[in-house]
Write a protein that binds this ligand. Structure first.
Ligand code: ADP
Ligand code: MG
Length: 727
């Protein structure tokens, strides 16, 4: 009998929501208590050092070494006062996860044991990090990489069952200065967009000194009971179920979305949200998602670098807190076949240092022209670099969502809603604009852009990149991703586009064209040049696939070809010329992505093989043996052929399916061997994608059929209907 499965089911039946000690205080009194924010800096630093540090942060400068000692001392005193015993540099290597290596504060000085944290330890560390992926940048003999403090993201205290640790957000670079992490290029891209956008805003508002890109990432996830999780080796090994027949009831009743949240889940949400609040992560919304057992949370948006750090931290917190509730969080993009997968909608905009959202239409004509400038330039950037955006979200997990008949398609397009579509159409159709005083705006229909845009309800859920009133929402990002990569690409391409726009406007101004006229005429040309990327219809439909092909848009459904765009001539010059990556970094990074893809698919393939051979085949054979005894017995009774027909047919079907499963597993193993022997990572990735992965569906198809055939009492793996309906 399937002992593990039934034990797990019994455990689940007896679960109760765990009772939590909610803080009595109001949220505002503990929000950010574990963050070394301005308030604590002010409290623990001298006024001079405080001012200098704030200036460093606000102007994105490197920390003046002479401040390091005082800042380190203040951080140490603050964190020790809250019970911290260790500190760590906290960074985001290219594994996608976060990394930390803890050091104790205490130090021994002669006979004295004291607590120390030197400025040098704050500013820079050398973790022996030779086993982080580096794409060939660091040979092991020069294994040194170092981490360096990023003062723009505040230090925080991680409070776990294992104690409290001061965490210092850092970049991670090789000894020779090449980026080995997700943060380094992100900081560069954010500086780039700040500079490029500031120059353009100044056409409209001379007072703006800085532009800050903003991000609010919505996080989707699944929750499953940990007992059931532990009895599914595929979930444990690869974070997704490689087998499992669809339950009789999936998401077709649409009764889960926004329905009341199950009590155990709500207790978990409350718990992790409070942990997040203490760390200053402004989680605001929570709800059920479309698929059963799927949920979502979203923070209030903030500056991109901080939002990325907070999202990484949040994923960590969620996983940790879930265990306390005997739950497991599945951040995988597609843990279950046949129901929706999970994404991470990246709500993105740009704001000025005087508090104006550049993607928010204003009340005055001039503000509307400013809005249109940033709006249209973003569309143009997406049009120019759609393949790069696609590359930035490519992963083995996300391949199951993109291009698999569900949200969103692999074709990058932009949804802007009917009102703005009309506006762009009329702008485009007007003949060349000449100066007519204020009539200029009137004639173009941008004298009063409706402010109701925000309430614009015709939201298109099928679009990978949608304008939603005052921000763009990049929806194709995968739920488990470190969102630096898509943010590096998005901010870099928009910055590049804004730089280009400025050069075009300036050359018009040099010719004596009036500013507004120059801007409008250039924008109108951009509308023409990039309108193939605009799409308002159903992104899941076959018609769109055909239409997109006609328009010349790419439809790259898998990771290996998507990643190639990182190495195109266009991408190289974009990244290298803008100082985001040098050639070596770009190649190393892409190699790491290819390798990561290979590893993920390889693990899945092994899990499929093991489960098929060790779980499914023996189970089916056992059941078949019982049927054989049954059939023989019935035959002996001489009741006629009909009496043992069911047994006989089932015996035959089991044999047929088992033969296919066994053969396909063997062929898959052979295909893996061939792939493993290829020299280059891109070729290996391609082989895994095209030669190994196709076996998955075939093997699964027959295993899932067997699930319906074999006695339920025997089936070893918890079934979808048991995993997906959490109470
Ligand atoms: P929905 O599910 O309707 O898309 P949510 O409330 O779940 O809406 O998420 C919207 C997200 O967009 C939130 O994280 C919100 O803070 C964020 N957001 C709002 N304005 C901006 C902005 N100007 N820049 C970046 N993100 C923003
Ligand atoms: Mg959204």
């Amino acid at each position: 009998m399937a002992i593990l499965r039934f034990k797990a089911l019994e455990t689940v039946n007896n679960r109760k929501p765990i009772s939590l000690d909610f803080p009595k205080e109001r949220v505002t009194s503990y929000f950010g208590m574990y963050v070394f924010d301005k308030k604590k800096m002010n409290e623990f630093l001298s006024p001079e050092v405080y001012k200098a540090l704030i200036r460093t942060i606000e102007t994105n400068q490197k920390l003046d070494p002479s401040l390091a000692e005082s800042v380190a001392l203040a951080m140490k005193n603050w964190s020790i006062s809250l019970g911290a015993t260790h500190y760590t540099h906290w960074f985001q290597p290219l594994t996608g996860a976060t990394a930390e290596k803890h050091d104790a504060f205490f130090d021994i000085d002669g006979d004295l044991v004291l607590e120390s944290f030197k400025g040098s330890a704050l500013v820079q560390q050398e973790p022996d990090a030779s086993s982080f992926p580096n794409g060939g940048i660091r040979n092991t003999f020069e294994a040194r990489g170092y981490t360096a403090w990023d003062p723009t993201s505040p230090a925080f205290i991680m409070d776990t069952q294992g104690g409290k640790t001061l965490c210092i957000p850092t970049v991670f670079v090789s000894y020779t200065g090449e980026a080995l992490d997700n943060k380094t290029p992100l900081l560069k891209a954010l500086n780039l967009i700040d500079e490029a956008a500031t120059h353009v805003v100044q056409y409209f508002d001379k007072d703006v000194k800085r532009v800050i890109a903003t991000l609010g990432p919505e996080q989707e996830y699944f929750l499953v009971d940990s007992a059931l999780y532990n009895s599914r080796p595929d979930l444990v090994m690869s974070n997704r179920t490689v087998f499992g027949h669809a339950p009789a009831r999936g998401q077709q009743l649409e009764d889960h979305y926004f329905a009341s949240i199950p009590p155990r889940v709500q207790a978990f949400m409350m718990d992790f949200e409070m942990e997040a609040w203490k760390l200053g992560i402004p989680i605001r919304t929570r709800h059920n998602e479309v698929a059963p057992a799927q949920f979502e949370c979203a923070p209030t948006f903030t500056e991109v670098n901080l939002a990325v750090d907070q999202n990484s931290l949040l994923m960590d917190i969620m996983e940790r807190v879930a265990e306390k509730h005997d739950l497991r969080v599945l951040l995988h993009e597609k843990p279950f076949a046949g129901i929706n997968g999970s994404g991470k909608h990246n709500n993105w905009s740009m704001g000025t240092d005087n508090g104006k959202n550049l993607l928010s239409p204003g009340k005055k004509p001039k503000e509307n022209l400013q809005f249109l400038t940033f709006f249209i330039n973003t569309i143009k950037a997406v049009h120019e670099y759609a393949d790069l955006l696609r590359a930035s979200i490519a992963s083995a997990g996300n391949d199951h969502r993109l291009g698999a008949n569900e949200a969103p398609p692999a074709i990058i397009s932009v949804f802007i809603g009917s009102q703005l579509t009309e506006l762009l159409e009329s702008l485009e159709k007007n003949s060349d604009v000449i100066e007519k005083g204020d009539n200029l705006y009137l004639k173009l229909g941008i004298d009063k852009l409706p402010e109701i845009l925000l309430d614009n309800t015709d939201r298109n859920r099928t679009s990978p990149f949608a304008f939603t009133g005052n921000k763009f929402e990049f929806r194709a990002v995968g739920s488990s991703a470190n969102i630096s990569a898509p943010m590096v690409v998005l901010n870099t391409i928009v910055a590049q586009q804004l730089k280009y726009f400025k050069s075009e406007v300036d050359s018009e101004l040099d010719k004596g064209t009036k500013k507004e006229v120059a801007i409008i005429n250039i924008l109108r040309r951009y509308i023409k040049e990039s309108k193939t990327i605009l799409f308002e219809g159903n992104g899941y439909s076959q018609e769109w696939v055909e239409e997109a092909t006609k328009r010349g848009l790419s439809n790259i459904t898998t990771t290996p070809p998507a990643l190639k765009s990182y190495l195109s001539k266009k991408a190289r010059s974009l990244f290298v010329d803008n100082g985001i990556f040098n050639e070596r970094e770009l190649e190393a990074r892409t190699e790491i992505y290819f390798d990561d893809y290979v590893k993920k698919v390889q693990i899945e393939s092994r899990v499929i093989g093991d489960l098929a051979l060790n779980h499914i085949i023996p189970t089916a054979l056992n059941y078949q043996n019982r049927l054989i005894i049954n059939a023989k017995g019935l035959k002996d009774l001489n009741l006629g052929e009909d009496s043992y027909k069911v047994s006989l047919d089932t015996i035959k079907e089991i044999s047929e399916r088992l033969t296919i499963i066994k053969t396909k597993v063997e062929e898959m193993v052979e295909a893996r061997k061939v792939a493993n022997n290829l020299d280059h990572s891109d070729a290996r990735a391609e082989a895994y994608c095209e030669k190994v992965k196709p076996f998955f569906d075939t093997i699964r198809y027959h295993v899932d059929k067997l699930e319906l055939l074999v006695d339920d009492e025997d089936w070893p793996l918890p079934k979808y209907r048991e995993i997906l309906f959490l109470r």
